[in-house]
Design a protein around this ligand. Structure first.
Ligand SMILES: Cc1cc2nc3c(=O)[nH]c(=O)nc-3n(C[C@H](O)[C@H](O)[C@H](O)COP(=O)(O)OP(=O)(O)OC[C@H]3O[C@@H](n4cnc5c(N)ncnc54)[C@H](O)[C@@H]3O)c2cc1C
Length: 317
């Protein structure tokens, strides 16, 4: 007997999009399997989530636990191993996990998110959610009435982040390693110009995070040519240096990638360019708004599309 596991719907990821897809898929009564090494995705490490409807000010990890509990209650299994490869075999997809498990699935939903670009500084990971953030849209309100915050980056997200933070904290430093902002949209640059409490530090790099495990981040050391290094006391550091969609599996499958955003291209039903493969959440170009609620919504829609494909394939056998 073959020891290759057979499922109807295979879901890769353990974040909002994946659990939501798992919930809907299981409720469609098709055999569903969730795979992924790291529980909770970005939401789980996001600290307090203030904007998930119905769950005000919930810790991201706790919110993801609720997502998972709901899926577990439907007896949907999770395998704690990442998806390593997927290839088409007849009317199914043969998936292989890092732990060697082989799975044949009729539909595959990819919800593997994005890799945030980091500064690669000591303590950056430990202090994420404790002074270090990668999402100003999400965390800016936590800096209400604080003295200072800094944003690192030179694109739209960094400028938007600085302008948003300026509504909450007294002083915002926008730190950029080049000597001119050329990438943000002109309209954003105009707004930035009119925002008096944003100070732009050009040709500047963050070289060290200052603080302790008890306090979290309390400051940064920055380096500027000709001026050397000095310390800035800040309450929060926002790294807005971009994020890269995880394209290893999409590239194996030859999925269409949006040339502008580098994200997996999907339509409104979360179909990718390969029939039977769906994508949801931050990995996709489905929406610019990369948030837990949009990822969850896309997961639900992807599950419906995946279910419909399962039904079609089974009917044709
Ligand atoms: C610091 C921070 C704070 C945030 N705060 C908020 C907030 O307050 N409110 C809000 O709405 N949004 C917030 N966000 C954004 C929100 O977390 C994301 O939009 C959301 O997590 C996207 O969900 P996702 O399921 O698409 O991806 P993710 O949450 O990134 O999940 C992807 C999952 O895929 C897994 N994975 C990766 N590779 C593989 C593989 N090969 N096989 C299987 N699994 C794989 C990962 O381990 C992870 O479990 C925040 C983000 C960050 C970084």
């Amino acid at each position: 007997m073959s020891d290759i596991k057979q499922v109807d719907v295979l879901i890769a990821g353990q974040g909002a999009a994946a659990f939501s897809a798992g919930l809907y898929s299981s409720r469609y009564q098709v055999e569903t399997l969730i795979v992924g090494e790291q529980f909770g995705g970005e939401t789980a490490i996001g600290g307090t989530i203030e904007n998930y409807p119905g769950q005000p000010d919930i810790d991201g990890f706790d919110l993801m636990m609720k997502f998972k509990e709901q899926v577990d209650n439907l007896n949907t299994p999770t395998v704690y191993s990442n998806l390593k490869s997927v290839e088409k075999r007849g009317d199914v997809f043969r998936a292989v996990l890092d732990n060697g498990t082989e799975i044949d699935a009729i539909s595959v939903i990819l919800a593997v998110g994005r890799e945030r670009r980091k500064l690669s500084l000591h303590n950056e990971e430990q202090w994420t959610g404790n002074g270090v953030s990668y999402c100003s849209t999400c965390d800016a309100p936590l800096y209400r009435n604080k003295h200072a915050a800094a944003v690192v980056g030179g694109g739209n997200a960094a400028v938007e982040g600085a302008v948003l933070l300026a509504k909450y904290a007294e002083v915002i430093y926008l730190i950029y390693r080049r000597d001119k902002l050329t990438r943000p949209e002109p309209i954003l640059l105009k707004v930035l110009d009119q925002t008096e409490n944003v100070k732009i530090l050009y040709s500047t790099e963050v070289t060290e995070l200052v603080g302790s495990d008890e306090t979290g981040l309390t400051g940064i050391r920055i380096s500027k040519p000709w001026e050397g290094q000095y310390e800035l006391t800040i309450d929060g550091l926002f790294v807005e240096a971009g994020a890269d969609p995880r394209l290893e599996i999409p590239n194996q499958l030859g999925l269409e990638i949006n040339p502008k955003t580098g994200e997996v291209h999907v339509d409104n039903e979360l179909n990718t360019s390969v029939e039977g493969i769906y994508a949801a959440g931050d990995l996709t170009d489905g929406t610019e708004l990369k948030q837990t609620i949009t990822a969850a919504a896309q997961g639900a829609i992807a599950a419906l599309s995946a279910y419909q494909h399962v039904m079609e394939v089974k009917a044709s056998r």
